[in-house]
Design a protein around this ligand. Structure first.
Ligand code: C2E
Ligand code: MG
Ligand code: MG
Length: 693
């Protein structure tokens, strides 16, 4: 009941109760005192008066008796007359006292006792008897003389007088006794009143303390409960139940705490979900996978798979991001049922998914990869569009390929990238050879300084025109003049410059160098067009076209005085973006060349849609082209097709005179190979003369 009241009400009630108690105690004490004073008053007014009147009656009777004795001795009549008057006065006074006593007894607030009444009526009778005897004595004195009167006095009046005196004395004594009794009662009443006031005060004190204690408890207990709950919330213990309070302020506080706890817990759940879940697919995310991996027992073996969707950016670009998002969700839905207990499918980012398979070896991971490919192969219908989804898989095994999730993910990702570049559906990290060896790791660290110190040098390898002779173009190939290791070939550092993104710093430097050379050549009348290799990273750099345009302007070069070589695999990393860049570069008028044609799986049909001018046939087909009919057929048909499409053809890596002759006979436009010249330092290249045709 108390708890359901507001604290303010409770305090007001408590004070009101205390006040009421005080008033009650004061009122009771007052009434007791009043009664005491009434008793005292009656004692003073009545009892003292009664006692006084009884005493008066006795005194006057005594005086009258003495005067009677004197009268009996007095023979002189005139003197006796004076005494008569005095005796009458005394007896009248005694009578008056008795009458007033009678009246006082009748009017007393407390009824007079029966003995009092009996004594008074006896006294009245005695007075009457004495009056008779007295007047008989007085008559005898006057008629027969004092002697006769003395005898009568001795015979009867004395006894009547003695009886009257005794009567007044008894009455006086009785009244005295009564007064003592009343006094004693008064003292008793006073004692009782004091006791009552003391016990009432004690009771009020006790009640007050009890009330204060209850009140304090009714406030402090829920407050400390609320404090406990608040502390638990602060500790993050959100499971602790919040007690249901009353309708008072504390109840409201507890209610607010409950709301706060619920809000915090739902916010925490949301934050946790955001931290561990991918919003788009509802799958767990990378952080979750890392945590799950950390929780695995130390000696667990297993596999981490990274799965990348082919041409995802093309789908995004062509059909819109919404379709892309739905595709990702659909992939999540399709792949999830493949998972067994303890296996995890997460979305890493963009179109990259990962699987954690504790206990799986390479064949098991591979077979799951195949099942995934099968599941994805079933065509997907999105917005009445039929989509054929394919992915590339990279597999890293633990513990051999890494002992922590980030390393394993990185290596599986590298394997997936290499698989993509090699047009393979899947590749294990061990097979991919995708990560730098120790020596290369240290090279990676030195690259930035090498660029600043000018240790990178450009070599040129001529592309010789087989029909007209001359060197219409030359490929710029990067070398690292390392102070300790000597000349480091690009294959040792370019792949890592690409992986780390450092290539973005190398390419602008390289373009600047090459264009400076080309401008210098032009000034001496040499029109050789240098070609620069672009990496996949460069193709994702939206600022590249502006950079090229700026440099062309700066060196006063016509756009077709520069050629850029792009490999198929670089194009495939993000075909849509690469295509956009190629369009811009072609728009500038820069020559574009497809490098290493044939090493990937791009068809000529696809390549013809690109705004390119030249195609370089990969070394693997040129190698032994004069002796290998299959290579010969491929190279021949490629040359024919390219000419049909208006592209010039460069054969890369011709090493023998026979190959060179075959290429010339089969209409190849340009040849680049050791048989003619190796890549050379600038001076050497400028001094070099092509063989006469
Ligand atoms: P690539 O663009 O295909 O360059 C041609 C490679 O074939 C060069 O190797 C060249 O020396 C080599 N070569 C030419 N003729 C023959 C031959 O007859 N026989 C053999 N066995 N090889 C021949 P290099 O200079 O070691 O470059 C390797 C690759 O490194 C290049 O292949 C290119 O992809 C990359 N690279 C070189 N320089 C750069 C650069 O400045 N930027 C970028 N992004 N990549 C570069
Ligand atoms: Mg090249
Ligand atoms: Mg090449």
């Amino acid at each position: 009941m108390l708890n359901s009241m507001r604290i303010g009400m409770r305090l007001a009630l408590a004070f009101a109760l205390m006040l009421a108690l005080l008033v009650a105690v004061a009122a009771l004490s007052l009434s007791r005192l009043n009664r005491l004073s009434t008793v005292t008053q009656s004692l003073v007014d009545v009892q003292v008066q009664k006692q006084y009147l009884a005493h008066q009656a006795n005194q006057h009777a005594l005086t009258a008796a003495n005067q009677l004795l004197v009268l009996l001795q007095t023979s002189d009549r005139t003197r006796r007359i004076g005494l008569y008057q005095q005796m009458d006065g005394e007896l009248d006074a005694a009578d008056l006292a008795i009458t007033r006593l009678d009246k006082a007894l009748a009017e007393a607030p407390t009824p007079s006792t029966s003995s009092e009444k009996a004594q008074l009526s006896r006294l009245k009778a005695l007075r009457r008897a004495y009056n008779d005897r007295f007047y008989q004595t007085v008559n005898l004195i006057e008629q027969e003389g004092p002697e006769k009167a003395r005898q009568q006095f001795e015979g009867s009046t004395r006894q009547a007088l003695a009886a009257l005196l005794d009567g007044t004395r008894v009455l006086s004594d009785t009244q005295q006794q009564l007064m003592r009794d009343e006094l004693w009662q008064l003292r008793q009443a006073e004692h009782q009143a004091r006791m009552l006031v003391v016990s009432l005060s004690a009771g009020a004190l006790f009640l007050g303390v009890l009330l204060a204690w209850r009140m304090a408890k009714s406030i402090t207990r829920p407050v400390s409960e609320a404090v406990g709950v608040a502390e638990a919330i602060a500790r993050g213990d959100l499971g602790r139940p919040v007690p249901v309070g009353g309708r008072d302020e504390i109840g409201k506080l507890l209610g607010a705490l409950r709301v706060m706890r619920d809000a915090i817990s739902s916010r925490e759940a949301r934050i946790l979900r955001l931290a561990y879940e991918d919003d788009l697919t509802g799958l767990p995310n990378r952080t979750r996978l890392v945590e799950v991996f950390q929780a695995l027992p130390a000696d667990t073996r297993g596999a981490v798979l990274v799965f990348d969707i082919n041409r995802f950016s093309l789908i995004n670009l062509a059909l819109g991001q919404q379709v892309g998002d739905r595709l990702l969700r659909e992939i999540g839905l399709r792949l999830s049922p493949l998972l067994e207990e303890g296996q995890w499918l997460v979305r890493l980012w963009a179109d990259q998914f990962a699987l954690l398979l504790p206990g799986a070896d390479l064949p098991a991971a591979q077979s799951l990869g195949e099942q995934m490919a099968l599941l994805l192969r079933a065509p997907l219908m999105l917005d009445q569009q039929r989509l054929d989804v394919e992915g590339t898989l990279g597999i890293a095994l633990f513990p051999q390929d890494g002992q922590d999730a980030p390393t394993l993910l990185r290596r599986a990702e590298l394997a997936a990238r290499t698989a993509k570049a090699r047009r393979r559906q899947w590749l294990s990290f061990a097979e991919s050879g995708a990560e730098p060896a120790h020596a290369e790791l240290s090279l990676m660290g030195e690259m930035r300084e090498a660029l600043a110190r000018g240790e990178f040098v450009l070599f040129y390898q001529p592309k010789v025109d087989l029909r007209a002779g001359g060197v219409p173009s030359a490929e710029a190939l990067l070398r690292w003049q390392h102070p300790e290791r000597g000349l480091v070939p690009p294959g040792r550092f370019i792949p890592f410059a690409e992986q780390t993104g450092f290539i973005r710093e190398i390419t602008p430097w390289l373009l600047d160098q090459v264009m400076a050379h080309a401008a210098a050549w032009r000034r001496t009348g040499r029109t050789t067009v240098p070609s620069v290799n672009l990496s996949a990273h460069d193709l994702l750099n939206p600022g590249l076209a502006d950079l090229v345009a700026g440099l062309l302007r700066r060196y006063g070069l016509a756009p077709d005085a520069l050629c850029l070589e792009i490999t198929e695999s670089a194009l495939m990393e993000d075909p849509a973006q690469a295509l956009a860049l190629l369009d811009r570069l072609a728009g500038l008028g820069v020559k574009l060349s497809i490098d290493d044609y044939g090493s990937g799986q791009a068809s000529l049909g696809y390549l013809k849609t690109l705004p390119v001018h030249e195609l370089k046939i990969d070394r693997v087909f040129v190698d032994g082209v004069d002796r290998t009919p299959k290579n010969a057929a491929i190279v021949r048909s490629t040359i024919l097709l390219c000419h049909e499409l208006g592209l010039s053809v460069v054969a890369e890596g011709a090493e023998t005179e026979a190959e060179l002759a075959w290429l010339g006979d089969n209409g190849c436009d340009l040849v680049q190979g050791y048989v003619l010249a190796r890549p050379m330092a600038l001076e050497q290249f400028l001094a070099w003369q092509p063989p006469a045709v």
